[in-house]
Design a protein. Structure first.
Length: 490
């Protein structure tokens, strides 16, 4: 069975059939660049990047568009606060956003259009809507969309216009024919954020921006349109109304909506003082922990960030790298090279089935967990050529699928060094001190002074350092308690 997606348009998990069997076109609403990006933006960018990567992994050609909204009330307000021009502010924020995405290892989209670069196209689009009778100039000189003329308006958010009417607040846009109509072009004169148009100086409304950028790059009809659940109404509903009014055909065929981000089960907001910027989160936790946290949830549910979630993520990541290191050592010891095996067919299928099931990332994480467990079980057994082949095929599978998720790809030694340095610094300890203790214990053991040796082991364990004795050497790792402390004391 192929990919199935929960489509907001039908309310069902639909079989995904792209209009071209080899080529998928996808658009996701990007950020409004008035401030630094936060974890919510990280979550959305990571999710749609993974969707695109997986579709490519399945062999499709993909064009993925994610826009920057650089013309907006919030940008104008903040720019005037800061005493810069709106476009200067958005230039700056776009640069920060690109840096943030790089630090999260999110690949750039194929197209990252900015509204300010599409003004002539937006004007032409509105003119077309006007010719078709869907747009009109209101009494205040701004241009509005005639919602009532679009008979299937409300099909995405499942509401009908008569009910909508009472929900619409009495706003200042008195120039409208009907309170449900929305602005396509707002006539006003903010310096640096307005352009000349047949209707006077002004700027586009928010909804028309996405419709124009999407259709300019992907065409009038494309496969997947994504965004946060909070965008279903009015933003996406209005995008559909405009686009289908103009083209007469179907706009996006599948509408995918992700849940929102919460911090300790609360909405993230500046007023609640739980606002986490991408920059701070990457510095404090690293991109892999942020990803582990996201992968614990299905994209449609709200994704919660909490210290407990980060701890769980760290514990799993630590154990993942422990297995990665063990495999590297095992392969070196037995002179094995990973290229010599095909991807493990059983787990390959399990991975694809999980992803095909509406990008079910928690299920994918269970599959990866099982792969790592199988590798450990093989390495626990007596060496045989058959076991080695099995291990290599699991290794080959991980090489194929981990880059989609962008986890577990670092050198294990580098990962451990970073985590251990952080922990030792937190406890005011050093690597040299731990090594000294281990050597002292070794000496006690050589002297058959086992009580003293055990005392050192216990002392280290109480500090979170757990010793591992093998035939020829003693190494160490952090205890679960230490990992927890590392997160909680952040
Ligand atoms: Zn949009």
């Amino acid at each position: 069975m192929g990919l199935r997606l929960t489509n907001t348009l039908t309310g069902c998990k639909d079989e995904f059939v792209p209009s071209d069997p080899q080529y998928i076109k996808m658009y996701a609403c990007g950020v409004t660049v008035y401030d630094k990006c936060h974890l919510g933006h990280a979550m959305q960018a990571i999710l749609y990047d993974i969707f695109a990567r997986y579709l490519r992994f399945k062999g499709y050609k993909v064009t993925y568009v994610r826009n920057f909204t650089d013309v907006d009330d919030k940008i104008i307000a903040r720019a005037s606060q800061l005493g810069v021009s709106p476009l200067e502010l958005s230039d700056q924020m776009i640069e920060i956003s690109r840096r943030d995405m790089l630090s999260l290892k999110v690949k750039p989209a194929d197209f990252e259009p900015r509204v300010s670069e599409y003004i002539p196209q937006i004007i032409a689009y509105i003119q077309d809507l006007m010719t078709k009778g869907f747009a009109y100039v209101g009494q205040d000189g701004s241009v509005y969309f005639r919602v009532r003329l679009k008979e299937d308006y409300g099909k995405l958010s499942r509401q009908n216009i008569s009910e909508l009417r009472c929900g619409v607040r009495k706003d200042v846009e008195t120039g409208k024919e009907d309170p449900v109509d929305f602005a396509l072009w707002k006539v006003e004169e903010t310096p640096g954020a307005t352009w000349d148009s047949p209707w006077g100086r002004g700027r586009p409304g928010w909804h028309i921006e996405c419709s124009v950028m999407a259709s300019e790059i992907l065409g009038d009809s494309f496969d997947i349109h994504g965004g946060g659940r909070d965008l279903v109404f009015p933003h996406h509903e209005n995008e559909i109304a405009q686009s289908e009014a103009k083209s007469g055909g179907t706009y996006a065929r599948y509408w995918v909506h992700n849940g929102l981000l919460t911090v300790n089960r609360q909405k993230m907001s500046k007023s609640l003082n739980n606002f986490i910027s991408i920059e701070d989160a990457v510095r404090d936790y690293g991109y892999e922990l942020i990803r582990f946290n996201i992968y614990q949830y299905h994209y449609q549910s709200n994704i919660d960030f909490s210290a407990q979630g980060f701890f769980l993520g760290l514990s799993r990541l630590y154990s993942m790298y422990r297995t990665r290191q063990r495999v590297i050592d095992y392969m070196a010891r037995h002179d094995l090279t990973p290229q010599s095996a095909n991807s493990h067919p059983g787990f390959h299928q399990a991975f694809c089935e999980a992803m095909d099931d509406d990008f079910n990332l928690p299920r994918v994480m269970v599959v990866i967990q099982s792969v790592l467990q199988s590798q450990n079980e093989i390495m626990d057994k007596k060496f045989s050529a058959q076991n080695a082949m099995e291990l290599l095929s699991l290794e080959s599978l991980l090489h194929n699928i981990l880059p989609i998720l962008e986890i577990g790809l670092r050198e294990p030694q580098e990962f451990f060094h970073e985590i251990h340095s952080r922990y030792l610094a937190l406890k005011s300890l050093t690597f040299a001190w731990v090594t000294e203790k281990i050597e002292l214990r070794m000496k006690h053991r050589t002297d058959k002074n086992f009580a003293m040796a055990d005392q050192i082991r216990d002392e280290l364990l109480a500090l979170g350092v757990s010793l591992l004795d093998s035939r020829d050497k003693t190494s160490w790792e952090l205890s679960e308690k230490a990992l927890e402390e590392l997160i909680l004391l952040k």
